[in-house]
Write a protein that binds this ligand. Structure first.
Ligand code: ATP
Length: 263
């Protein structure tokens, strides 16, 4: 095992079967993510991004290949992994306060430690004042911050995010992007972030994996060699950003037209 590798996906395949039909969603998907890396995944709609994330999270059985997290095969939801989904509304319990929602995955943590973790996570996402509110009293962006707080209170080594900001307004989305980068820096965790948004993938990532059309393989692994300090205005208006966005856009267009590696 290479200790610098956090997540190793090798030859992953997933075919959905049932009701007399079969859909080959993912075919021979291979990539590695280093410990403490922030990697984004983009690809055409229906390319299998959510399928991939659910397999990595141990929520969906695979049809072939292997997924290894910190040297151990993933066959069930692994300890050390947290997931933030797009639908924050459905991932929070409306009858529990913000604090109780964030505490949920920490049932087995001793009470004093649990309180420390929850307080730190709420402070990190700027929700200390809302600890006793209920999710339905908060805006969409705040609810998504609760979901992020819940994920980081758990102190994961790997954080998976599946289009987490698709349902919030543009200004909130920019703030949440900066929050993810700040938390990633501070906590040193490995982050795998799926998004539809090409600009978002370039702004956030150190690498962007562009997926092909179904059955999915990695079309290209694009290194994002932008400075580590990113700023919504300056970074996004730089020529380097525009070039990278152009490159990823072009690749996604190729993917949509059925282009595959080596074509
Ligand atoms: N439970 C299921 N049963 C059968 N087919 C499925 C199931 N879930 C997904 N699929 C199919 O697998 C393929 C990949 O779906 P998936 O949701 O992973 O794509 P995606 O890249 O996340 O899509 P989008 O970008 O639109 O969210 C699609 O063709 C989809 O119809």
């Amino acid at each position: 095992m290479d200790p610098s590798v956090s997540l190793d996906v090798a030859g992953l395949a997933k075919t959905y079967t049932g009701h007399g039909r079969s859909v080959e969603a993912v075919r021979d998907l291979t990539f590695r993510i280093g410990r403490g890396e922030l990697v984004c995944i983009v690809g055409p709609s229906g390319a299998g991004k959510t399928t991939l994330l659910r397999c990595i999270a141990g929520l969906l059985p695979t049809s072939g290949g292997t997924i290894t997290l910190d040297g151990a095969p993933v066959t069930a939801p692994p300890a050390g992994m947290a997931v933030v989904f797009q639908e924050y509304g459905r991932s929070l319990f409306p009858w529990l306060t913000v604090r109780k929602n964030v505490e949920l995955p920490l049932r087995r943590t001793p009470r004093a430690q649990r309180t420390l973790n929850v307080d730190a996570a709420l402070a990190a996402v700027g929700l200390t004042e809302s600890a006793d509110a209920h999710p339905w009293q908060l805006s969409g962006g705040m609810q998504q911050r609760v979901a992020i707080a819940r994920a980081i209170a758990y102190e994961p080594s790997v954080l998976l995010m599946d289009e987490p900001f698709a349902a919030v307004d543009a200004q909130t989305r920019a703030d949440l992007e900066d929050l993810v980068r700040a938390l990633w820096h501070r906590l040193g965790i490995t982050v795998l972030f799926v998004t539809h948004d090409i600009d978002e993938s370039v702004y956030l990532g150190q690498r962007v994996l562009v997926l092909s059309n179904r059955p999915t393989v990695v079309l290209e692994d694009v290194r994002i060699d932008l400075p580590d300090e990113r700023d919504q205005l300056q970074t996004r208006s730089s020529k380097e950003f525009a070039d990278l966005r152009g490159r990823v856009y072009e690749l996604v267009q190729l993917a949509k037209r059925g282009h595959r590696p080596g074509d």
